[in-house]
Design a protein around this ligand. Structure first.
Ligand SMILES: [Zn+2]
Length: 159
């Protein structure tokens, strides 16, 4: 079941701050908000976010993330164009960063080693890294809980 370890996924502190602001803004403090996090698999650095509603305008129709699977082709097209891979996904929750039943049962990318990040309080400030949830998909609708993201210099490591 083990997959090649991509190493710790990370982004710069500035990228993370922009991501948190965007998720908060896009969720309007009223509904969940999320994105696929793209980067180079070799460096494991996340450098680009593809926000769900840019692929599926109805993704938050019921307040939670319900991504239409037929919209994945557009994501793969963007990955090819940018020559990047999906390194993780991220979405907000109104309360805590615990995975919901639906999060556990429906991984955005059903591949072992895929990482899902959950941001509490609709990504409203202040952002406490210790409250962020990081989960790694281990297959068969099972997940391993990883430690919260850590700041290492200018590098924010989240798995
Ligand atoms: Zn969720």
């Amino acid at each position: 079941m083990a997959q090649p370890n991509q190493g710790s996924r990370w982004c710069t502190r500035a990228f993370w701050q922009e991501l948190m602001q965007q998720l908060c803004l896009r969720g309007k403090k009223r509904h969940e908000s999320g994105a696929f996090l793209l980067g180079h698999s070799r460096s494991a650095q996340v450098i680009h976010a593809v926000y769900y509603e840019t692929l599926d305008p109805n993704v938050y129709a019921r307040g939670i993330v319900e991504f239409n699977g037929s919209r994945f082709s557009e994501l793969w097209t963007q990955c090819r164009t940018l020559q990047l891979s999906v390194l993780a996904d991220v979405h907000t929750h109104p309360g805590s960063a615990r995975q919901s039943e639906s999060d556990r049962g429906h991984p955005m990318i059903g591949r072992c080693g895929h990482v899902a990040v959950i941001i509490p309080s609709y990504a409203r400030e202040p952002w406490a890294l210790t409250r962020v949830g990081v989960y790694e998909y281990t297959g068969g609708k099972c997940w391993a809980t990883r430690s919260a993201p850590k700041l290492n210099g200018d590098r924010l490591e989240f798995s």
